[in-house]
Design a protein around this ligand. Structure first.
Ligand code: S3P
Length: 165
């Protein structure tokens, strides 16, 4: 089980898809699964139900995915803020895609599907999460100025034995 974490714009979905293809594993994205389950876009869940409700649905979806067959799973950038969600990652190989704040904003700026981009204190949230991503990571890869294919090659070369199980 391989799980990708990192801030918005780190490339979790793009890299995750390529990685899954290379490893011959299915790919899943927690935001997509949440939207399917809720029947609404993430933006609307935040607006109508609020962030705590989103985090709780996110935790349920991640628990279900991690309880199933081995996959490459891209998590939403804030999933690891939830303590219960962090505990679910204990047996997975967690790849942290590190991105600088400036590059993250450049990559995702103006995307209205990401409700937190418009919220106050985004820089403080970024700063707070850095330590959490590092704490859950089995391996960390820097993504600034790098191509997804190159990142995948690096990740595959550094995956511990049994990561795909
Ligand atoms: C969030 C990141 C988003 C999505 C939601 C909240 C966050 O996922 O889960 O908008 O808290 O950082 P991406 O990291 O895929 O953009």
């Amino acid at each position: 089980m391989i799980v990708l974490v990192g801030f918005m714009g780190a490339g979790k979905t793009t890299v995750g898809r390529i990685l899954a293809g290379r490893l011959g594993l299915p790919f899943a994205d927690s935001d997509t699964e949440i939207e399917q389950r809720a029947g609404r876009p993430v933006r609307e869940i935040f607006a109508t139900d609020g962030e705590p409700a989103f985090r709780s649905l996110e935790r349920e979806v991640i628990a279900d995915l991690l309880g199933g067959p081995s996959i490459v799973l891209a998590l939403g950038g804030g999933a690891v803020e939830n303590f219960e969600t962090r505990k679910l990652l204990a047996d997975a190989t967690v790849v942290y895609l590190r991105v600088s704040y400036a590059e993250a904003l450049q990559r995702v700026g103006g995307d209205d599907g990401r409700p937190l981009l418009a919220s106050p204190g985004l820089d403080a949230r970024y700063a707070k999460r850095l330590a959490i991503y590092s704490e859950v990571a089995s391996l960390t890869v820097d993504t600034d100025d790098r191509h997804p294919q190159a990142l995948c090659r690096e990740i595959i070369s550094r995956l511990p034995a049994g990561a795909e199980d």
